[in-house]
Design a protein around this ligand. Structure first.
Ligand SMILES: NC(=O)CC[C@H](N)C(=O)O
Length: 294
């Protein structure tokens, strides 16, 4: 058995309230570690809050130093400027290092969403690029650069990838080809507002993503209002091979709610091994880049 404990959360982040957001992020990491989790996933743009609107055009941020990421992979949502473009990213950190930065590839830009006003979508699907960290970060971490782009993290015993909110709902979601590349754990960071019946759509998407191809699907969402006109309804969730194994609350008043689950990755391998069409497509997959973490 390959047992893995994973943690995801609902966080009540506020646009521009860096202090409060940082304290919620820290509290969720502490709770995830206390539960013995090896992965902690937070919501989309959790450092700034999702609904910053034109404040995304400003350049403030926070630096999280210390042993927060010791022995735990943390997926942290924040904007990142690369060259001249601003991306909506998941920064994947572990043991005081940034392992990779995964920019969102399919922005939410319909209904209430206007992400294209502040961000550009990452469209390169080839090799990961080298991103030189800003000087204050590279000095603090003693790390000069980090792989940036579409890819996954290959550990000795499993592979893990980010899929950012809207990407799951897009016509060709990344998890399909990532699964064929051997990714077993998907981390979906979201900033998804409440709409009647939307939870049903979300759950069906998580279950559908992992029912026919196996996998552990982690979902994290913002919770509450963040200063704009939208209400985000949490509902962090963990799904394994099409079954919901843990679910957070929907209309909670808590600032931080962490849910965890111990999952058996062999159940994912076993399901994949039993689906002939999965095996056939995996044998001629389009290769996705990865970062190896021993
Ligand atoms: N932030 C997003 O990408 C939102 C996407 C999606 N339409 C949702 O509401 O969940």
């Amino acid at each position: 058995m390959r047992l893995l404990k994973v943690a995801t959360c609902n966080l009540n982040q506020w646009a521009m309230d860096f202090e409060c957001n940082m304290s919620n992020i820290k509290a969720s990491i502490v709770q995830a570690k206390a539960a013995g989790a090896a992965i902690r996933l937070g919501p989309e743009l959790e450092v700034t809050g999702y609904g910053c609107e034109d404040h995304f055009l400003e350049l403030d941020t926070e630096l999280l130093l210390g042993d927060w990421t010791n022995d735990i992979l943390c997926s942290i949502g924040m904007p990142v400027i690369k060259g001249a473009e601003r991306y909506n990213c998941q920064v994947l950190c572990m043991n005081k290092r940034i392992i990779m930065i995964r920019p969102k590839m399919c922005l939410a830009n319909d209904g209430n969403y206007r992400e294209l006003r502040w961000f550009t979508a990452w469209k390169q699907r080839g090799e990961l690029e080298e991103f030189h960290l800003p000087i204050e970060i590279s000095e603090a971490l003693s790390q000069e650069s980090v792989p940036f782009g579409y890819g996954y993290i290959q550990f000795i015993d499993t592979a893990v990838a980010a899929e950012v909110c809207e990407e799951l709902f897009s016509p060709v979601p990344p998890h399909a080809e990532l699964a064929l590349n051997g990714v077993e754990v998907f981390m979906n960071a979201s900033g998804s507002h409440h709409q009647l019946r939307k939870l049903d759509i979300r759950l069906n998407a998580f279950m559908g993503a992992t029912h026919a191809r196996g996998g552990v699907y982690m979902y994290s969402n913002q919770q509450g209002c963040d200063g704009g006109r939208l209400y985000y309804d949490g509902c962090a969730c963990i799904v394994v091979n099409g079954d919901v194994v843990a679910q957070g609350s929907q209309f909670s008043l808590k600032d931080v709610e962490v849910i965890t689950s111990q999952v058996d990755l062999d159940a994912v391998a076993s399901l994949r091994g039993s689906i002939s069409s999965f095996q056939e497509q995996a044998s001629c997959k389009v290769k996705v880049s990865s970062v190896y973490v021993p």
